[in-house]
Design a protein around this ligand. Structure first.
Ligand code: ADP
Length: 603
């Protein structure tokens, strides 16, 4: 053994560095990590024994016992390393549910037996002139055990054939290739002594392939994540309570303005009332936008699919858009492809919202010329791809801004658009919603000439043609509900006033109570109503709780409508699932109120 200790010294240096780097950080205590730790320390001890043995073999004739002990210790090391590495391979290949502790016990028992047997077997030395090296039954036994263990790896590899691509199997392949080559070298040139260095290299490699998460970082990340989650939760709660708070006074503004419109007022005053309604509507849109984006960002937005008629969306959008044109000298062109199936399956509210967004933008950012709203479809099997395009001859978008178009709060050409209201949230929400529905949105635009937004969404087809009888029901009917009795339940005095003021036009008899308790008392006292409009967020007893109590009363079957400022998307479904007959959002929209009245009172 005189070929020097070059490889061992190099190996010991990088092993020390590896140990420092590894122990410098707190690691996650996985089985793989624990095994790796033991393997590194074993390897380190092995290297020291290896270096030591180079000298003891030189002084063998003076200290034969010392040399024997060191050589045997080296063989113990070899056995330990190969057994621990085997344990690592079993650990990374183990299936969930397997009791790995048992495997560990078996491996340790086998290791102890192997060490005992190896220690009892004799060891011989050979001097071939240049080197002295050990051989004989003790060494042969060690190689035999190693061979058997390598065989067990091969079986493990065959069983886990699919997993082999994983990075953590790399040290195994390295051992299978470099290791066998080194073994061959070592057997033809016994003085080379590169076995331990090769094992050190494999151990070193494992540092990079083992799943070795940094504990400190994980802890910090978890704390940061918890904090972010809490902040996000607080933000969502804040926004939804703000939305509720803002909607309550808005309800009074919109409600009374709508009522004023019915009065005989001078033309100027009527125009001002219109302005108030328009301003309230934009405020409402801003609140809805902020709520939507916060819901999207916290992953809380849901697409609620139901059967719906696409034509209804189209018609509503045409009316809405025409209304929004105001006094702009714009030609509003629209076309509808009649091959679109009558009843589709999707999220009516969200489909309408995304199209309305691009239509509103077209109107906002076009001063003169035209807006062309087209809907067509491509049908394949039971899926209808709705293709909506909105083209305008407006200000257009600069090429460099197109990529930023769908980011939140991005607004362009502010010098030109200073008078145009907006938050820069519309398109960010639109894109997210379209993607949530599995669709796509694309933009083509020439700055100064105009833009074209196209949305494509796939919807399941429920029926190609609509039921004619159902169509008839949709037609406007004269509403005559005079003399019907309506009970309004709301803790807020102004809200009570708004609702009863809006109902005045229908000549119904309204009664007002300011709590769930009073409502229950009225019903218990035998009062009869044709409909109840009930607020939800009331102190002491909420609308939902009141409704539950009402339903316990024998013979109670009055339609109860949730009338609430808790009006973010998805609330309608929530209230109906709580048992309400229907839902009306605050601020009360005249058309929606009309629908409710005609549906439940006009019988
Ligand atoms: P907002 O309209 O509230 O500002 P959006 O997210 O809807 O926010 O739009 C972002 C920006 O994209 C707008 O501020 C405007 O600069 C530009 N934009 C959107 N639609 C059009 C359009 N049809 N024509 C020209 N510019 C548009």
């Amino acid at each position: 053994m005189s070929s020097g200790i070059f490889f061992q010294v190099i190996s010991i240096i990088y092993m020390i560095l590896l140990l420092i780097v590894y122990y410098a950080k707190q690691r996650l205590d996985t089985i793989e990590n624990k095994i790796f730790r033991i393997l590194m320390i074993t390897n380190f001890i092995g290297l020291i024994i290896d270096i030591f043995s180079v000298y003891t073999i030189k002084v063998m004739s003076q200290f034969p016992i010392l040399n024997l002990i060191v050589t045997k210790m080296y063989l113990v090391y070899l056995l330990c390393w190969i057994y621990i590495f085997t344990l690592y391979i079993f650990a990374i290949s183990r299936k969930d549910g397997i009791k790995f502790k048992k495997v560990i016990k078996i491996i340790i028992t086998l290791l102890i037996i192997s060490i005992v047997v190896m220690s009892c077997l004799p060891l011989l030395y050979k001097d071939n002139g240049t080197t002295v090296y050990s051989y004989g039954p003790s060494a042969d036994f060690t190689y035999l055990v190693s061979g058997l263990l390598i065989f067990s790896w091969i079986i493990c590899m065959i069983i886990n054939f699919k997993k082999l691509k994983q990075k953590k199997y790399m040290p195994l392949f390295a051992f299978m290739t470099i290791g066998l080559f080194v073994m061959f070298l070592q057997s033809t040139n016994p003085g080379l002594l590169v076995m331990t260095s090769m094992e050190t290299f494999i151990t070193f490699l494992m540092y990079f392939t083992i799943e070795n998460p940094d504990m400190k970082l994980i802890k910090e990340l978890n704390v940061a994540k918890d904090r972010a989650d809490k902040a996000n939760q607080a933000k969502t709660e804040f926004l939804s309570s703000m939305s509720h708070e803002i909607r309550t006074p808005l309800n009074a503004i919109v409600g009374f303005s709508q009522a004023l419109k019915e009065e005989e007022l001078p033309k100027e005053a009527l125009e001002e009332v219109d302005d108030i309604i328009m301003a309230s509507n934009s405020l409402l849109e801003i609140i809805n936008g902020i709520l939507d984006i916060s819901k999207i960002e916290s992953g809380k937005i849901e697409i609620v699919n139901k059967e719906y008629r696409f034509k209804e969306i189209f018609d509503e959008l045409v009316i809405l858009s025409k209304g929004r044109l105001g006094d702009k000298a714009l030609e509003f062109k629209y076309s509808y492809d009649d091959s679109i199936p009558a009843i589709l399956y999707g999220d009516y509210t969200r489909v309408k919202q995304v199209i309305l967004n691009i239509l509103t933008n077209a109107i906002k950012y076009t001063k003169e010329g035209y807006i062309d709203f087209k809907v067509s479809s491509v049908i394949k099997d039971d899926i209808c791809r709705i293709i909506v395009s909105v083209e305008d001859s407006g200000i257009g978008i600069k090429q460099e801004n197109i990529s930023k178009l769908f980011s939140k709060f991005e607004r362009f050409d502010l010098d030109k658009n200073i008078t145009i209201e907006g938050t820069g949230l519309g398109l960010a929400i639109t894109k997210k919603l379209v993607e949530l529905m599995g669709g796509r949105i694309v933009v083509q635009s020439v700055y100064g000439k105009g833009s074209k937004f196209t949305i494509a969404i796939d919807q399941k087809i429920i029926a190609a043609v609509a039921d004619e009888i159902e169509e008839d029901i949709k037609e406007e009917k004269e509403i005559d509900v005079s003399g019907k009795r309506v009970l309004i339940v709301d803790d807020n005095k102004i809200n009570l006033k708004v609702a009863s003021r809006l109902l005045q036009n229908y000549k119904v008899i309204t009664e007002e109570v300011d709590s769930g308790f009073s409502c229950i008392d009225k019903i218990n006292a035998g009062e009869n109503y044709d409909i109840i409009l009930m607020d939800d967020m009331m102190p002491k007893m909420s609308g939902v709780e009141t409704l539950k109590k009402l339903k316990e009363i024998d013979g109670f079957n009055v339609p109860v409508i949730a009338l609430t400022a808790n009006a973010i998307a998805g609330m309608r479904e929530k209230y109906i699932s709580e048992g309400f007959t229907d839902y009306l959002a605050k601020p009360i929209n005249k058309v929606e109120l009309n629908n409710i009245i005609s549906k439940y009172l006009n019988k």
